[in-house]
Design a protein. Structure first.
Length: 259
């Protein structure tokens, strides 16, 4: 890995990247970020929930920043521990920032993108002075043996590398577990719902009443009520509104189907 770091530093030098640069040079437009976040929405929710649990359990004193990034190194979601204000006073990670080499110089994420493996950086291995306050670790987040995203952690440069590595691995393990459980539940739900159930869900999501749905599908109101109840049972929902919300979450109902 030392050779990759040296080569990266040399490329940054050749590109005349200013080491005093305070922010990434590449930030994607808000509309492109929205599309990316929509694509990764389930993974983002799971990442944020588990990052919060991790900091509550293990980082009540030590400041920590966790970033979920796309396969191309764009920050999709950022979680900072409650006590991290001093650490991130000069530099605060934000969504939409690119952590690629050409944007942020040599850093753990840029090398991890290149090697597709876990990379830990001491403070002075980062090219930009702004990152010299941090110890960082980056790694591909693989789902079913395919890199779905990348996970980057930042903390104080004095923090123990082995502890940081363990916490990083713990967060990745939890994210992968929860995502796989969600995918399994989503697939089971998609298999169990009939086409008529999906159609009733779509009409319900668009605000149609039982009577209106009955007229639209040329079915009796009793039949619509039956299908609605069955949908709620299959999705473990208290009512049709909750069933619609869950069907969107599990990918059964596409947001484009809702007007």
């Amino acid at each position: 890995m030392r050779e990759q770091i040296k080569d990266s530093w040399f490329r940054c030098f050749q590109a005349e990247l200013d080491k005093k640069t305070e922010n990434p040079l590449i930030n994607i437009a808000s509309n492109k970020l929205f599309k990316l976040q929509n694509k990764y929405q389930n993974l983002i929710k799971i990442f944020l929930a588990n990052s919060q649990k991790l900091t509550d359990q293990y980082f009540t004193i030590q400041p920590l920043g966790s970033i979920l990034l796309s396969q191309k190194g764009i920050a999709l979601a950022v979680h900072l521990s409650k006590n991290s204000s001093n650490l991130f006073k000069e530099f605060r990670p934000k969504t939409g920032q690119s952590w690629q080499e050409e944007s942020f110089g040599t850093n753990a994420l840029s090398i991890s993108l290149e090697l597709r493996e876990r990379v830990i950086f001491a403070s002075n291995e980062n090219y930009l002075f702004k990152l010299h306050d941090f110890k960082t670790i980056a790694q591909p987040l693989e789902i079913d043996n395919n890199p779905a995203a990348f996970l980057l952690m930042l903390t104080n440069k004095e923090y123990n590398s082995e502890k940081l590595e363990l916490l990083h691995e713990l967060l990745i393990t939890r994210i992968k577990r929860d995502f796989q459980q969600l995918e399994k539940l989503k697939n089971n739900t998609q298999l169990s719902l009939t086409e008529i159930s999906k159609l009733i869900l779509e009409l319900s999501a668009n605000g149609l009443t039982i009577k209106e749905t009955s007229q639209r599908l040329d079915l009796s109101e009793a039949a619509i009520k039956y299908h609605r109840n069955k949908i709620c049972q299959q999705l473990h929902a208290a009512n049709i509104s909750q069933a619609v919300a869950k069907s969107i979450k599990y990918g059964v109902l596409n947001l484009n189907a809702i007007s």
